[in-house]
Design a protein around this ligand. Structure first.
Ligand SMILES: Cc1cc2nc3c(=O)[nH]c(=O)nc-3n(C[C@H](O)[C@H](O)[C@H](O)COP(=O)(O)OP(=O)(O)OC[C@H]3O[C@@H](n4cnc5c(N)ncnc54)[C@H](O)[C@@H]3O)c2cc1C
Length: 294
């Protein structure tokens, strides 16, 4: 199956890419990153952009760096590079774990972190990880640069805060001061086949201070039109002992705050049951890691 005809540009700078999107606005141009979602959509005629602006030659978009208290990942950085990056392993191992569950290595070798987040598939792992990590997305358009909190970036299934003439350029993940704190993370999911999109996925971060949970962050996929934070569950955990009772109460709070829809993959009830189970699993693993048990 072949896509409908389109024009194609390969700009060398972000400014040039933004200009191209504006110049060809009448044919609904699209940015091309790894092409792992966009090209199939075009082949099935679910997207018919008249012009593709391929970001592959914009070197500044493919880098992982530290900037003060933030880990900064260029939007065009390939998922496999982020998955295996020593900087990411230290500063945001949750993201690396989430990427390891997304699709398969050949797809991750081409697919980019920015493309996955900009695509905003409600079942995708990366948006949930970035949400749990309090990440920010940097967008550049004709009016300049703006920084958008992950919670404001995700608007709905396949819908984000990006305007049609804007590029996602960076993902910024704040590095927390964890001196003297034991911290753990986990991304767990249920999917019918390993590497397939998750039916339900859970990102968890836990910080322990003595015998109490100092802070917890939880984000879920598959229970709402976008990845969502489970703030009620986080409140249940904060200040509690990291024990089975707190984990069970947090799982109840997490599902009480969602009303998933059923679809061909799973009914609403199945998603609710899975969410409760996988929140518990994620928290158990994150707490064990914080205690250095696993
Ligand atoms: C068989 C298969 C299985 C998969 N399984 C999973 C899975 O389990 N979990 C998962 O999360 N994903 C999965 N994916 C999707 C994969 O992760 C894609 O790589 C990703 O969704 C899109 O990244 P990309 O770089 O290929 O973007 P593209 O396909 O090039 O672009 C996707 C969309 O984002 C836009 N876009 C891309 N980059 C930017 C940018 N910098 N600024 C603005 N807009 C941009 C494009 O215009 C397009 O609309 C799967 C894909 C395949 C083919």
């Amino acid at each position: 199956m072949k896509p409908p005809p389109f024009a194609y540009s390969v700009p060398a700078t972000v400014a040039e890419a933004v200009e191209l999107l504006a110049a060809h606005a009448e044919v609904e141009p699209r940015v091309l990153a790894g092409g792992q979602s966009l090209i199939p959509l075009m082949n099935f005629r679910l997207a018919q952009p008249g012009h593709l602006v391929d970001l592959r030659n914009i070197a500044e978009l493919s880098a992982i760096r530290l900037d003060g208290n933030a880990l900064v990942i260029g939007a065009m950085t390939r998922q496999s590079e982020v998955e295996h990056s020593p900087e990411v392993a230290l500063a945001a191992p949750l993201l690396a774990e989430a990427i390891g569950l997304a699709a398969h290595p050949p797809i991750r070798n081409l697919g980019t972190v920015g493309g996955n987040i900009a695509h905003a598939d409600p079942a995708a792992e990366l948006p949930a990880a970035v949400l749990a990590l309090d990440g920010e997305l940097v967008a550049v358009g004709p009016d300049g640069t703006r920084t958008i909190a992950a919670a404001d970036f995700l608007r709905g299934p396949f819908s984000t805060a990006l305007a049609a003439d804007e590029l996602l350029t960076e993902i910024r993940l704040p590095r927390r001061d964890l001196v003297g704190v034991r911290s753990g993370y986990a991304f767990v999911e249920f999917s019918r086949v390993f590497g397939n999109f998750a039916i339900v996925g859970v990102a968890a971060l836990v910080e322990l201070d003595g015998d109490r949970i100092r802070r917890a962050a939880l984000a879920l996929t598959g229970v709402a039109p976008t990845a969502v934070r489970a703030h009620a569950a986080e409140r249940v955990l904060t200040g509690a002992a990291p024990d089975p009772a707190a984990v069970a109460a947090a799982a109840e709070a997490a599902v009480a705050g969602t009303s998933p829809s059923g679809d061909v993959h799973a009914s609403a009830t199945t998603r609710t049951v899975l969410a409760r189970t996988y929140v518990r699993r994620a928290l158990d693993l994150a707490i064990s890691r914080a205690r250095d048990e696993r």
